[in-house]
Structure formats: C-alpha cells, structure tokens
Design a protein around this ligand. Sequence first.
Ligand SMILES: Cc1cc2nc3c(=O)[nH]c(=O)nc-3n(C[C@H](O)[C@H](O)[C@H](O)COP(=O)(O)OP(=O)(O)OC[C@H]3O[C@@H](n4cnc5c(N)ncnc54)[C@H](O)[C@@H]3O)c2cc1C
Length: 299
Amino acid sequence: MLNTLIIKSLPLMPKPLVASVAKKYIAGSTLAQAVKVTKELEQKGAFATIDVLGEFVESKQQAEQEFRSSMAVLEAIKDHNLRAYLSIKPTSLGLGIDIDYGYNHIAQIVRKADSYGIFVRMDMENTPYTTDTLNAYKKLRAEGLSNCGVVLQAYLKRTQADIRDLAPYNPNIRLCKGIYVEAESVAFKNPEEIRKNYKECFYLLMESASKVGIATHDDILIDFAMAYINKHNIAKDHYEFQMLLGVRENKRDSIIAAGHSMRIYVPFGEDWYGYSIRRLKENPAVARNVIKAFFNPNS
Ligand SMILES: Cc1cc2nc3c(=O)[nH]c(=O)nc-3n(C[C@H](O)[C@H](O)[C@H](O)COP(=O)(O)OP(=O)(O)OC[C@H]3O[C@@H](n4cnc5c(N)ncnc54)[C@H](O)[C@@H]3O)c2cc1C
C-alpha cells in the first residue's frame, strides 16, 4: 500500500530531486562519462553494454539523432579499445514509426559494429513491439549477421514459444523478467509465476541459444542459474551474468569473484528521466528517499 503510494508520487517530484537519487543508475549525460564508467567497470573485472537513453521517439528527426548517437558509441568502443558492446532500443531508432525505416537504422548499426568486431544487443520494449523486434532480429540473422542478440522477458506468456521459434537461428539471448506494465492476458503478474517461467525459459535457452545473458538481481534466480552452470559444467562462453549499473554492486562483485563473466548495463544521455523513474519504481526503498527529501529537504 505504502509502496504503491510512493510509486504513484514519484512523477510528481521535482526533476532535480529525482536526479540526485537516480544518478547512481546512470553513467552521466555524455558519451565521455559512459566511456569513463566502462573503463572503471573493466578495472573491476566487469564488461559493459552501453545504452543511449531514449525510447518511443515520435519523429524521424529524433530517430536519426538516436541513430547517430548509437554510431558514436561504436566509434568510442573502437577508439578506446573497450571490451564493451552496444545496447539499442528498437523504437528509439524508429521501429514504432515505420518497421522498414527502423530496421534500416538497426541493420546499419549492426553492420558497422560487425566491421569493428563489436556485438549489438536489441533491448526488448513493451508488447506492441515484441513481434516486430523479434522479426528484425531474425532478419539480421538471415542476413548472416551473427554479432547481434535480442532480449526475452520471462513475464510474458509467449516467451517459451518465442524461444522455440528462435531456436533455428542459434540466438544470443538476454533473459530478464521484464519491466513494462503489461496486461494480465499477456503477462504473468505473480512474482513466483515470473520466476517459474524464468527458470523454464532458462532451461530451454541452455539447449537452444548460442549464449545466454542471465540478467537479474534476484538471489533465487542467480543461485538457480549458478547451480545449473556448476552441475552441467557449462562453458564460460555459453553464458554471462548481467546487471544494471548501480544495482546490487556487492552481489555483482561476488559473482565476478566466483569466476563468472559479468556485464553491466551502462545507460547514458540527456534523456535520463524515464529510465530513472523506472529504476526507482523497482526499488521503493530508494524511491522513498526522493519523497522524504521533498517533504523534508534538511533530512
Ligand atoms: C542487464 C539488464 C538488461 C535489461 N534489459 C531489459 C530489457 O531489454 N527489457 C526489459 O523489459 N527489461 C530489462 N531489464 C530489466 C528487468 O526486466 C527487470 O525489470 C529488472 O532487472 C528487475 O528484475 P530482477 O530480475 O532484478 O528482479 P527483482 O525481483 O525486481 O529484483 C531482485 C532484487 O534486486 C534488487 N533490485 C532490483 N532492482 C533494483 C533497483 N533498481 N535498485 C536497487 N535494487 C534493486 C532488490 O533487492 C530486489 O529485491 C534488464 C535488466 C538487466 C539487469
């Protein structure tokens, strides 16, 4: 009840206040800051996937700006010799405006990345775009591009079928729970059901994917995946753990110390607000600090 109230109040809070609490989730507003954070993560034994913040663009002008920003990330990864890859949001590149138009941007990015030996991950957004995003991924793979992967969300009831459908492409998949608000007709709502589906999807992916990104901060799922990896002696190039910047850093370090690969999602850009609100909604304990600071700035 209190958490619901906190979450509903967040959008009413002044932006600078949200920024002060949310900044740990974001590398900064510039690419230079993302490069700096990526280098710091590499020193800690983690890899990064760099994401230009922005999604659901409304004009081709915005999509073209996002396209140039993603291309700039590729140049920076190459110039700084980072062991990082790029994450892209299909709608930010225009997939929601026009499928061919968005695909053209995505394909240009993946081809350029391929020429630099860099991997590109297509993030998964909300359900109006699931099919189009998966179709775009299949088209890239059919073009012979293997330096790309996509995300599947365990909260979606369709995901096991999607895994079976993607199997012939030997896909590289990041498996996460899913973050968008979806209807009960298409998504599991109960946390236990989502976990159960995550585990079932994980088993299927271990059979059919070239590599699985285990993207979760959930101890139960991390322990489950580790037990499977150890029991079946899964090769290191077949999986990696993935976490968000600023979330559960002690856990991140312990997974690295145990000898597993860890990739951190490093978002940067001017468009930080929507992303920050989503992260804060996931964690009412941190969101509470925003509300507290609003009502009592001296607290
Ligand atoms: C690398 C990566 C990429 C992702 N890409 C996508 C994507 O493309 N599409 C998509 O829909 N979703 C994506 N997500 C988000 C994901 O779907 C979940 O919403 C998010 O990771 C929270 O789920 P969880 O599995 O960590 O479990 P939860 O049950 O939400 O979290 C487990 C525990 O982690 C801690 N925790 C979780 N979030 C936070 C936070 N923000 N701050 C502090 N502590 C926290 C809490 O202690 C919580 O109890 C991604 C997540 C990761 C890690």
